[in-house]
Design a protein. Structure first.
Length: 226
């Protein structure tokens, strides 16, 4: 049973075949191309649910390409970057451009499968070491975003922690003994209170809060020891 369209962009036929097989196994009707021009045309026509995107030879334009894909698909497509380039060099611009995930072609097949499943189910998938770099790499944060999670209720914090563990809404609902609709409502409240719109922004915000709290703690210790 098909779940929607998927689009694969990679200049290597073997990689395209592998990704096509993985996506077809998940029920997608898969289109693929090695041409950047064809990529934009097919994305506009097919409005795929997920796009797997290799970083093109003009690597300086990857953020522009991601933004163009989001624009022509009316933000309906989730974009997963699959690259042979060092991920730490591109995570920042991919996050800022709106990609949902990034994984190395050198990663194990289990990691690639996990990345695809995460993005399909509305999660983000970036190497954790890269997100740490992203948070200090001039990412533009909303000035209205909170500097702590104290505004959240105890139950909202419970939901927040479980969501950040990459658990699905169904899993969270089962663990907390409530309905999926209730968990979805909590998630919407969390996003509204913290002024974020997706899990990428949420992860980066919490990382920034943790870093700031750590810096304050270190500062306090140094003062008290003088």
């Amino acid at each position: 049973m098909e779940t929607g369209n998927a689009l694969v962009f990679d200049r290597h036929p073997l990689i395209r075949n592998t990704l096509r097989t993985l996506l077809m196994a998940r029920g997608f009707a898969v289109f693929d191309t090695g041409s950047e021009v064809e990529l934009l045309k097919m994305a506009s026509e097919q409005k795929p649910e997920i796009i797997t995107l290799d970083i093109p030879s003009r690597v300086t334009a990857i953020d522009t390409l991601i933004k163009n894909l989001i624009r022509i698909t009316s933000s309906s497509s989730k974009i997963l970057i699959i690259t042979s380039q060092p991920t730490e060099y591109y995570s920042a611009c991919c996050v800022q451009a709106g990609a949902s995930g990034l994984v190395s072609k050198k990663a194990r097949m289990s990691c690639l499968n996990a990345a695809i499943d995460a993005v399909i189910h509305d999660y983000i998938f970036f190497p954790s070491k890269d997100l740490l770099l992203v948070s200090s790499d001039n990412v533009a944060f909303n000035k209205n975003q909170r500097e702590s999670i104290d505004c959240l209720t105890g139950r909202e914090k419970d939901v927040l922690y479980k969501v950040l563990q990459d658990k699905s809404l169904t899993q969270v609902a089962e663990e907390l003994g409530v309905s999926i609709k209730t968990i979805s409502t909590y998630k919407s409240r969390i996003f509204k209170k913290l002024d974020v719109t997706n899990l990428v922004e949420l992860s980066l915000l919490l990382n920034r809060i943790l870093r700031r709290n750590s810096e304050r703690a270190d500062h306090g210790l140094s003062v008290s020891s003088d």
